[in-house]
Write a protein that binds this ligand. Structure first.
Ligand SMILES: [Zn+2]
Length: 155
């Protein structure tokens, strides 16, 4: 039922008129955690982990719950949310490649920081300097995520 609602709503906003082609038109535009629960396009409420998808052919934006994106559209939003939860619980933990590439695409971190992070993220032992830089990037990521959320839900 939820799947039917979601595919119908996504198809209505797509250029293609068959699901398998239509879902390929969508890219991850932005993810955010809402303070006020949102309703997914599938009708499910409440949704805290939101994904704003952008249609590459017509520019339409659609806000979909993370669970639906994971199940039906197959974009890597869930991996980013998992990394965020891990780092929020313990800031010495690592983000993952998806989160780092998401941050770099949006200009939150520069190319050097991206390379650095990908190099050190699986290492258990870091120098004090490396560890401080990693925490700095973690902190920046969490802060930016909150700011995106504030921008999308102005009330
Ligand atoms: Zn949904």
């Amino acid at each position: 039922m939820a799947e039917y609602h979601l595919t119908r709503e996504i198809l209505a906003r797509s250029t293609a008129n068959v699901w398998n082609a239509a879902k390929l038109e969508w890219a991850l535009h932005e993810i955010f955690e809402s303070e006020v629960p949102e309703t997914c396009l599938c009708g499910h409420y409440p949704i805290i982990e939101n994904c704003v998808l952008r249609n590459k052919t017509n520019g339409t934006l659609a806000t979909v719950g993370n669970c639906c994106v994971k199940k039906f559209i197959g974009l890597p939003s869930d991996l980013i949310f998992q990394a965020v939860k891990r780092v929020r619980t313990d800031e010495s933990k690592s983000l993952n490649g998806e989160a780092i590439s998401y941050a770099h695409d949006r200009g939150w971190i520069n190319a050097w920081e991206q390379d650095f992070y990908l190099r050190i993220m699986r290492k258990r032992k870091l120098s004090d300097k490396q560890s401080a830089k990693k925490r700095e990037i973690n902190g920046k990521f969490l802060l930016r995520l909150r700011q995106s959320s504030a921008r999308l839900t102005p009330q």
